[in-house]
Design a protein around this ligand. Structure first.
Ligand code: ADP
Length: 483
């Protein structure tokens, strides 16, 4: 399969409107997780390269912040249209570097574009306010200004959407942007930069640097020129980066790991719950931070739910993301496979039973069989730790209070789901769940229209929606006296 537009495969970084290599000239390989083959070489950048990108963004900020919201909106709108026009190519690049099935990759491209469209519009509504005064001869005004240079560090599981969800509000607010994409998936990021350039985003406003995470991260978090860090990734790295940002008191937005419960009450619509369970658990081969990590199912419906889930899971088509109808692509790397196996082995050693799957797939390499485990207990690793793979462990509970206690017994607080047809219970449980997002009789809840984010160690701040713009704006209070 070939790209329609071969210029979307970029193997250089994009800084200050130029396509460049690392100062050292070094590069690293981008691999296809399905085959292990090399797809491209991109610059292996380090501290000095990041410093140059930050300076470019700082200089560009002086002009970009002076453009009107309407002018920025027009450029973002063109970028949005170009992303959609090139969706097939962007999806192919994504499947090649990340592994997800082509249809899912296309879905992510459309999702990624939706953030650009939304913030192209929302940027025009960064309203300030006039506050009733405390002095007769003075007036109080509050305006909202762009925070400045924004750094973003993004993960491999959504190689395009995790960038646009940050870049679109940043640019719409009048900020400039330096992004370090995950080393597994830089090609989607670079293709987005190519399209941003074609859309007319000025030099220095949107920059992509590829290379050594630690070295680039040290500059992005340590530089006093960078005023904000937006990170999506693991909780451990998020905590580290937050600490690194402390020295310069940067604003931070963090979207970290989850441990999503999916609660099924006896009164649930079983078919609907099973549909939601499959979508929530197996999207992106289980590699999303809002994927269900624990199924909590009430006594009366437990056996029927496990049976239905196993039946559907066993029918999932596993294979290369490029093959038609494949629903489960490879995992990102060997470590991901090892983690699932460790979770399965630990559960089985502590008394769980394998209902289907349970071992590496015959396709070999980075595939793992979609797996359902039953008779799970709280002492098993997967109760606390996010698997990030196609493993569906089913726990049992007695009553509503029991379910809420189990669901909240985690440091994470990103997404939770539950199924019930009792209206009173729907309110009670929604309010009791200590999570940033709750799906009620729904297994897939992400949209650019709603605020995405978590509480507890799942993060800080929200992305998408009206709230997503606030993350890139500071408010300024002005008191105008002597009137
Ligand atoms: P995962 O375990 O899912 O790969 P990570 O948190 O390690 O999640 O990765 C998310 C992003 O954080 C990636 O872009 C990765 O390169 C980056 N990253 C990892 N370690 C560091 C670090 N020490 N400093 C800065 N960025 C890092």
């Amino acid at each position: 399969m070939k790209l329609k537009d071969s210029r979307l495969l970029r193997q250089q970084a994009y800084v200050d409107g130029h396509w460049i290599g690392a100062k050292s000239g070094e590069t690293f390989a981008v691999l296809n997780p399905a085959t292990g083959e090399e797809i491209a070489q991109v610059p292996l950048m380090v501290e000095a390269d990041a410093e140059a990108a930050v300076i470019a963004a700082e200089i560009a900020f002086k002009q970009w912040r002076k453009t009107t919201a309407k002018e920025r909106s027009a450029i973002l709108r063109r970028w949005y249209e170009l992303v959609l026009e090139n969706a097939d190519d962007l999806a192919l690049l994504m499947t090649l570097e990340q592994g997800k099935p082509l249809a899912e990759a296309k879905g992510e491209v459309v999702y990624a574009a939706s953030f650009i469209e939304w913030f192209a519009e929302e940027g025009k509504r960064a309203y300030g306010e006039m506050v009733p005064t405390h002095k007769a001869d003075a007036r109080i005004l509050v305006s909202r200004e762009p925070v400045g240079v924004v750094a973003a560090i993004t993960p491999w599981n959504f190689p395009a959407a995790m960038i646009t969800r940050k870049a679109a509000p940043a640019l719409a607010a009048g900020c400039t942007f330096v992004c370090k994409p995950a080393e597994d998936t830089p090609l989607s990021a670079l293709a987005l930069a190519e399209l941003a350039e074609r859309a007319g985003v000025p030099a220095g406003v949107f920059n992509i640097i590829t290379g050594n995470p630690k070295a680039l991260g040290a500059v992005l978090t340590g530089s006093d020129k960078v005023r904000k860090l937006s990170f999506t990734g693991s909780t451990g790295i998020g905590k580290l980066l937050m600490a690194q940002c402390a020295a310069t008191v940067k604003r931070v937005s963090l979207e970290l790991g989850g441990n999503a419960p999916f609660i099924v009450f006896d009164d649930a619509d079983l078919e609907r719950a099973l549909d939601g369970a499959m979508a929530s658990k197996f999207r992106n081969t289980g590699q999303t931070c809002v994927c269900t990590n624990r199924f909590l199912v009430q006594d009366g419906i437990y056996d029927r739910f496990v049976e239905g889930l196993a039946q559907r899971t066993a029918q999932l088509k596993v294979g290369s993301g490029l093959d038609a109808d494949v629903q489960q692509g490879p995992l990102i790397n060997q470590a991901a496979v090892d983690k699932i196996q460790a979770h399965v082995d630990d559960a089985v050693a502590k008394g769980a039973s394998i209902v289907c799957g349970g071992k590496p797939h015959v396709l070999g390499r980075t595939w793992f069989e979609p797996t359902v485990l039953r008779d799970m207990t709280a002492d098993m690793c997967v109760a606390r730790d996010e698997t990030f793979g196609p493993l569906a462990p089913v726990f049992r509970f007695r009553d509503e209070a029991d379910a809420i206690e189990m669901a909240n017994a985690t440091d994470s607080g990103l997404a939770a789901y539950f199924y019930s047809r009792d209206l009173g219970r729907c309110w009670r449980v929604s309010e009791a769940l200590e999570y940033g997002m709750v799906g009620i009789n729904e297994g897939v809840i992400s949209t650019e229209l709603a605020p995405f984010g978590g509480i507890k160690t799942s993060g800080l701040g929200r992305e998408g929606a009206r709230q997503g713009l606030d993350e890139y704006l500071e408010c300024k209070y002005m008191l105008m006296g002597g009137i």
